[in-house]
Every structure is written in structure tokens, then in C-alpha cells.
Design a binder for this molecule. Structure first.
Ligand SMILES: CC(C)(COP(=O)(O)OP(=O)(O)OC[C@H]1O[C@@H](n2cnc3c(N)ncnc32)[C@H](O)[C@@H]1OP(=O)(O)O)[C@@H](O)C(=O)NCCC(=O)NCCS
Length: 201
């Protein structure tokens, strides 16, 4: 493990986790074989699954749950308080009791592009891709691609979440389409035969 990391004693690190320096981790969990880039902060009650890649300068705040095999780009920022205030109305500093964490869930194999901002209360579906610089205000369906501010659907679900799917996906889709066409034709033919048998046409 590199020096210049600040890993609090209450951090629960899995097997073979790599942390590349100047990271600040406290009260969080990181699963086996995950890689944490430079200048990443992971706060208390946040959880990162196994085999995740957290790129440099990402900010993972309290209330964020990241499942296994997730990619988090550079400078990704999670937001757990939609109306933050420094002070109470009487001018005294706010503390933990003055606000409520709004959780965020990033499901398995999702990818979040660099510089994306993910607002509290959102779920990023399994295998979904969030474009670079997106501001995600609503939950993202599994295996879709979203981008922009606010993030909008760019591509519908594919098996892999990649552009247009893999060759296997495209073959499977074509095969399913052909199968659907064949079944529709059979149903029509059966309908015709039945109508003829009963003398309805
Ligand atoms: C979102 C993303 C996956 C889309 O890739 P794609 O499906 O190949 O999309 P295309 O390049 O064909 O672009 C389709 C349209 O979306 C727009 N678009 C692409 N990425 C966008 C983004 N991040 N934000 C806003 N619009 C975007 C394109 O301008 C294009 O618009 P147009 O149809 O009006 O010309 C990709 O652009 C992206 O942002 N990937 C994240 C990369 C990243 O952050 N990596 C981190 C480690 S380096």
C-alpha cells in the first residue's frame, strides 16, 4: 500500500485492495480486489463492492452503496443532501442531527463517466452507463446509456450496456426477431386454417 493515504482504523478493506495515494477513507467498506485512485474520498457509511475501479478525485459520500464490478470515472461526485446549509437559522453550525442522508445505489457492473454528478435518491441500474459530465437526477434503468444535464436516455437497454450490444447480443436480437416473425406467421396461418375448417371464410 502507498504512503500518504489517510485510512481510518474503522475502514474495512477486503483482500488485495489497491489504494494509489492521497486517498481519504473513513468508516467505509471496500470489497476484494477493488482499486482506489489518487485523491479519492470515501466517507463513513459508504460501501464499495468487490473488483470496482474508483478513478482519481472521485468523491463517494455517506449513504452511497456501490455494488461489485462498478467503474467510477475521475471526479465523479455523489450528492447526499439536496438542500445543504452550513448553519441553523440561529446561526450556529449544523451537525449530523440537522440533516438526513439521502442514499444512492449503484448496481452491479454499472459505469459512471468522468465528472458525472449523481444526486441523492437515485439508483443506477445494473450494467447502465452514465456519460461523462452527466447530472443524474433520476434513477437510471439497467443496461441503458444516459448522458447530459439533466441526464437523458441516449441508448435503450442492450444485453451488455455497450453501444449496440456485442456481436452475440446483436445475433441474439436478430434471432429473437426472426423467431417472433416466424411465430406470428404460424399463428396467422393457424388462424386461417381454423377459419377455413369452420367454414368462416
Ligand atoms: C455516453 C457515452 C457512453 C456515449 O457513447 P456513444 O454511445 O458512443 O455515443 P455517441 O458518441 O455515438 O454520441 C451520441 C450522441 O450523444 C452525445 N453524447 C455523447 N456523449 C455525451 C456526453 N457524455 N454528454 C452529453 N452528450 C453526449 C453526442 O454528442 C451525440 O449527440 P448527437 O447525436 O446530437 O451528435 C460516452 O460518450 C461517454 O461519455 N463515456 C464515458 C467515458 C468516460 O467518462 N470515461 C472515463 C475514463 S477515461
Amino acid at each position: 500500500m502507498e504512503t500518504f493515504n489517510r485510512i481510518a482504523p474503522d475502514v474495512c478493506l477486503g483482500r488485495s485492495v489497491k489504494i494509489f495515494g492521497f486517498a481519504n477513507l473513513y468508516g467505509c467498506t471496500v470489497g476484494d480486489e477493488s482499486r482506489i485512485g489518487c485523491f479519492v474520498e470515501i466517507q463513513k457509511n459508504a460501501s464499495v463492492g468487490a473488483r470496482c475501479k474508483i478513478s482519481s478525485h472521485a468523491f463517494i459520500c455517506e449513504g452511497v452503496t456501490i455494488e461489485d464490478d462498478v467503474f467510477i470515472g475521475h471526479h465523479v461526485c455523489f450528492i447526499n443532501d439536496l438542500f445543504p446549509r452550513a448553519c441553523r437559522t440561529d446561526g450556529t453550525l449544523q451537525t449530523d442531527v440537522d440533516w438526513k442522508v439521502i442514499p444512492i445505489l449503484v448496481k452491479r457492473r454499472a459505469t459512471i463517466g468522468s465528472g458525472a454528478v449523481i444526486l441523492g435518491g437515485v439508483t443506477i441500474g445494473a450494467g447502465a452507463i452514465v456519460g461523462a459530465g452527466a447530472v443524474v437526477t433520476k434513477s437510471v434503468a439497467p443496461r441503458t446509456v444516459v448522458a447530459g444535464n439533466p441526464a437523458r436516455l441516449l441508448r435503450p437497454p442492450t444485453h451488455s450496456g455497450r453501444r449496440g450490444g456485442t456481436v452475440t447480443d446483436r445475433c441474439t436480437e436478430r434471432w429473437r426477431g426472426a423467431q417472433r416473425g416466424f411465430l406470428t406467421a404460424c399463428t396467422r396461418q393457424l388462424g386461417r386454417s381454423k377459419r377455413r375448417r369452420h367454414g368462416w371464410q
